[in-house]
Design a protein around this ligand. Structure first.
Ligand code: HMG
Length: 387
């Protein structure tokens, strides 16, 4: 039975920071951010956008195209959780009017959370081929003002529908996983921003890529040349470039050119949005699908990495007619609607969003009509509203 990605929805908040302006404010050569890190802009979430609201908004991008009555599972992957107990997915399920019979919960393993959800969803659909599974990854990457990680922040969500006979990407059986208890990046319960051993994290990412990619090829009996493209978790796009350089080392110029071209297409959306943690790998996939030149039935490799650390390599084949399920103009419009904020404005918005609003305070949003937002807490219960 073929099982895979049938729909992809993307959302990012309505404000952005320009990397040249950020570099100037931090007395850094702009080329360090533009080339050395590989980022042009980053999306900024104000106090009214959180993991839940962005997850709802990402799913709304395609909800009208699917039969909601068939959804039997809703998994929410995030490391920007809004509650220590209640799942973010329950707020989403209510906002989307999904049935009470839906099995729903939240999963966490840093940026690996959405991939974990996909693997659970794949098994669910295999057992219930007439049902579908919604899998959401939604996060705000926060390191703090004037930190080394600042340039690698971002905010957004990716929502996927996993189904039998998928219309975008048919997932292949098998995967190669690799995990280890390490401290490259973490966020203790009492901290609103991540802690990171930055250089070490980039080294572990590459080590885990080498390991899982080699093991996957061996498992499947495939060579690098069999892949028409590889998409990567992109905490910043230079990170993926380094992994792609490892993938093409020793390959023929034709294979190297093919994978470099595909990587260039896959990094475009991340360059604009920044790190969205759980959704980042799938933002790369979306970018490749919308901006790459892909042959029918192309084999696409996916490298998922979550700090702490857990990595997995797996693959899928492109389904004929996949373009009909995408909305590149809508995704571009989502980016174009964002308002530019100056660095002092960004710092104020960023720091305000770190604090919880006073209970009873009603937040208003400057988003467009139809967008869901966090409106504050009433009796410590989170309120979500639609503009
Ligand atoms: P840094 O110390 O600011 O940067 O930290 P650097 O000094 O290493 O420079 C970065 C690059 O810019 C270098 O290139 C420089 O040469 C280059 P590289 O050697 O790496 O190829 N450079 C220039 N290039 C052109 N023109 C110039 C110039 N100057 C310098 N003028 C770091 C960078 C990424 C470590 C920092 O931003 C950070 O800590 N970020 C957060 C951690 C992170 O993203 N880690 C990635 C792997 S872990 C992961 O992916 C998981 C994660 O998503 C979390 C999760 O799983 O939940 C983070």
């Amino acid at each position: 039975m073929s099982i895979g990605i049938d729909q992809i929805g993307f959302f990012t908040p309505n404000k952005y920071v320009d990397m040249v302006e950020l570099a100037e404010a931090r007395n850094v050569d702009p080329n360090k951010y533009l080339i050395g890190i590989g980022q042009k802009r980053m999306s900024l979430a104000d106090s009214t956008q959180d993991a839940v609201s962005m997850g709802i908004n990402g799913t709304l991008r395609y909800l009208d195209n699917i039969d909601s009555a068939k959804v039997g599972l809703l998994v929410f992957g995030t490391e920007s959780s809004v509650d220590q107990s209640k799942s973010a997915s329950l707020f989403v399920k209510k906002a989307l009017n999904l049935a009470p019979e839906v099995r729903t919960f939240e999963v966490k393993e840093a940026c690996f959370g959405l991939t974990a959800g996909i693997m659970i969803a794949r098994d669910f659909v295999r057992a219930h081929p007439d049902q579908t599974a919604l899998v959401i990854g939604s996060d705000i990457a926060r390191y703090g003002v004037a930190t080394a990680g600042e340039v690698t922040q971002g905010a957004g969500s990716i929502s996927l529908l996993i189904s039998s006979s998928p219309r975008i990407l048919d997932l292949n059986d098998g995967h190669s996983a690799w995990s280890d208890d390490i401290n490259d990046f973490w966020r203790p319960n009492d901290s609103a921003v991540a802690m990171v051993d930055g250089k070490y994290s980039t080294q572990v990412y590459l080590d885990f890529f080498k390991h899982t990619f080699a093991a996957y090829k061996e498992q499947k009996g495939w060579n690098t040349q069999d892949f028409s493209s590889i998409v990567y978790h992109l905490p910043f796009t230079k990170m993926g470039k380094k992994a792609n350089d490892l993938a093409i080392a020793g390959e023929s110029p034709e294979v190297a050119e093919k994978l470099v071209k595909a990587f260039e297409a896959s990094k475009q959306l991340s360059m604009e949005v920044g790190n969205i943690y759980t959704g980042s790998l799938y933002l790369s996939l979306l970018s490749l699908l919308e901006r790459g030149e892909l042959e029918p039935n192309s084999l696409i490799g996916l490298f998922s990495y979550g700090s702490g650390a857990m990595a997995e390599f797996y693959s899928g084949n492109l389904v004929d007619g996949y373009q009909d399920q995408l909305n590149p103009r809508g995704d571009q419009a989502l980016l174009d609607r964002r308002k530019h904020v100056t660095i002092p404005e960004y710092e104020t918005i960023f720091n305000a969003a770190l604090a919880n609003p006073t209970d009873g305070e009603v937040l208003t949003s400057d988003e467009e009509t139809g967008v869901w937002y966090f409106a504050g807490t009433q009796n410590h219960i989170r309120q979500y509203r639609q503009k």
